[in-house]
Ligand binder design. Structure first.
Ligand code: HEM
Length: 235
């Protein structure tokens, strides 16, 4: 099946015509969004051997901003979590910690000195979301919740690749500014739980709500990592 171009996928009446796991369909339809993200210069930089500590800080700040936006959306639908799925564990606090550690490393050339209140305030202010998170509609809150979570938990799959590259680049980074990557690895099993919920939902899920949740989460990231291509018309 060829996924429709993004502008057509904004149609809320979208219908799935194929059998098979719903997650396969969701993956096909969101593939261009993932592609736009994993080729974004800032994220792509993380895989380059010449990544600088300043670039790392910039990307952590952007990740913090994107996660905060998407996690705020998810929070508004927390009541729609299936009881069998563990609660979502926010990644933004780990990113904030890593960011402080990296900025301290950059400022002092060492990780040991705690950042001053002024420095940490500045860093976190810079890492805060620039705009309000997108609003999500509630046709089928369970489906929208699972769509959002599909993308948020799915990010742990790419994180595995990135974490390996970062450890190769800076073997010592694991002791310093690695809380986010560690958490992603720890929570990877939540990804499987989300897929299971999507594929075996007893009442069936409203497919366009599922897709809307996933697209909304991707757009929280694209608005930060690919602002030039970011399309908000469907949000
Ligand atoms: C440089 C950045 C990234 C790279 C290299 C990357 C790479 C990958 C890879 C290799 C997979 C397949 C893993 C497998 O099948 O075992 C994957 C899946 C996935 N990633 Fe990423 N990823 C990146 C960023 C992200 C981000 C930031 C998000 C979320 C906002 C994300 C969401 C997902 C999702 C939902 C899946 C599962 C669906 C699919 O396979 O398309 N990824 N990623």
């Amino acid at each position: 099946m060829n996924p429709a171009p993004f502008s057509q996928r904004a149609n809320p009446q979208i219908i799935r015509h194929t059998e098979g796991p719903l997650t396969d369909w969701l993956r096909e339809y969101t593939r261009p969004l993932h592609r736009a993200l994993d080729t974004s210069p800032m994220l792509h930089n993380l895989l380059r051997p010449e990544l600088s500590i300043a670039d790392y800080a910039t990307t952590l700040r952007a990740l913090h901003q994107a996660h905060t936006r998407a996690e705020t959306c998810l929070q508004t639908l927390a009541h729609a979590r299936p009881p069998a799925l563990p609660p979502y564990v926010a990644r933004s606090p780990a990113l904030a910690r890593d960011l402080l550690a990296v900025e301290t490393l950059r400022a002092n050339g060492t990780h040991t000195a705690p950042p001053s209140v002024h420095v940490s305030g500045t860093i976190l202010a810079a890492a805060s979301p620039a705009t309000d998170p997108p609003r999500v509609t509630h046709t089928d809150p369970h489906a929208t919740y699972l769509g959002l979570r599909y993308v948020l938990e799915g990010a742990s799959l790419g994180s595995r690749v990135i974490a390996q590259q970062l450890k190769k680049r800076w073997p010592e980074i694991e002791q310093h500014a690695f809380a986010y990557w560690g958490l992603q690895s720890e929570l990877m099993q939540h990804w499987l739980g989300v897929c299971e919920q999507i594929n075996s939902h007893p009442a069936g899920l409203h497919e366009s709500s599922l897709l809307q949740g996933a697209e909304t989460a991707y757009h929280c990231f694209l608005s930060v990592f690919r602002p030039e291509t970011h399309d908000t018309t469907h949000l």
